[in-house]
Design a protein around this ligand. Structure first.
Ligand SMILES: Nc1ncnc2c1ncn2[C@@H]1O[C@H](COP(=O)(O)OP(=O)(O)OP(=O)(O)O)[C@@H](O)[C@H]1O
Ligand SMILES: [Mg+2]
Length: 252
């Protein structure tokens, strides 16, 4: 069975998608069979892997609404060893259309059960909200990785996402674990990044990855070329740091 990891934080712009894309790509580069799932109607993971939103017949929306099969939805080998379940703006509609469906938070889990054995890792990119899409992701997942940006309000946002995880553990998925917390956009030139890391470490008992993802312009540029960092600039500090994160994830 593949390990299913949701990348979640209700706070916007903290590096969820960047982490989902590049952690997936680094796991795939290390020879793991990976499925990356775009659960965000923004579709940033989809375009980040070079898939053209608006030009895809079957997305995660059709899949979780039961309108297509997994095989009809999956984009095989977006990069070597890595398949993608793509999304576009249609997925926003699922939020409303699923309201009357029984076990509405279990739709993704049901879709993944028959295929998870084909993969070593399944990585889910969540939207920046505690929506039904996030709940579906956390219900399907074995664990959650929480990216947090090294900025002043980091700890506040973190408290909220930890509450959400414990709610999901109580009501939907008792075996959900916190895989770990990863600091993103770390800026070694400022004291603030270092202070945030110390503050979070002092206040949390959860696992915090040794790897910190630096602020690196190559990571920000890569999606506009439709490539993960491993292909766009394999020697950049961004690529090296996501490789180290992937190694930590594989070890644990
Ligand atoms: N380590 C980094 N170095 C430089 N830029 C980064 C880094 N990580 C993310 N970014 C940039 O910051 C912005 C937000 O990142 P990203 O889209 O990954 O966040 P997100 O949490 O998925 O956002 P949303 O909540 O909107 O889904 C993007 O423009 C991205 O390119
Ligand atoms: Mg995102």
């Amino acid at each position: 069975m593949g390990r299913i990891i949701a990348i979640a934080n209700q706070k916007g712009g903290v590096g969820k998608t960047t982490t989902a894309i590049n952690l997936s790509a680094c796991l795939a580069e290390a020879g793991q069979r990976v499925l990356a799932i775009d659960m965000d109607p923004q579709g940033n993971l989809t375009s980040g892997f070079g898939l053209e939103k608006g030009n895809i017949d079957n997305t995660v929306y059709e899949l979780i609404m039961g309108d297509c099969t997994f095989d009809e939805c999956v984009q095989k080998q977006a990069v070597e060893n890595l398949d993608v379940l793509p999304s576009d703006a249609d997925l926003a509609g699922a939020e409303i259309e699923l309201i009357d469906v029984e076990q509405k938070e279990k739709q993704l889990k049901k879709c993944l059960e028959p295929v998870s054995g084909q993969y070593d890792f399944i990585v889910i990119d969540c939207p920046p909200s505690i929506s039904l899409l996030t709940l579906n992701s956390m219900t399907a997942a074995d664990s959650v990785i929480i990216p947090i940006q090294c900025e002043y309000y980091a700890l506040e946002g973190l408290t909220q996402i930890l509450k959400t995880v414990s709610l999901v553990q109580k009501q939907m998925n008792p075996s959900l674990k916190i895989e770990g917390i990863v600091f993103t956009m770390y800026d070694s030139r400022t004291n603030l990044s270092a202070e945030v890391v110390v503050n979070v470490r002092e206040n949390l008992k959860e696992k915090i990855y040794k790897t910190q993802i630096p602020r690196n312009v190559r990571l920000a540029e890569a999606p506009s070329y439709g490539m993960p960092i491993t292909l766009y600039d394999s020697r950049s500090s961004g690529a090296e740091s996501y490789r180290m994160l992937a190694a930590e994830v594989m070890e644990s």
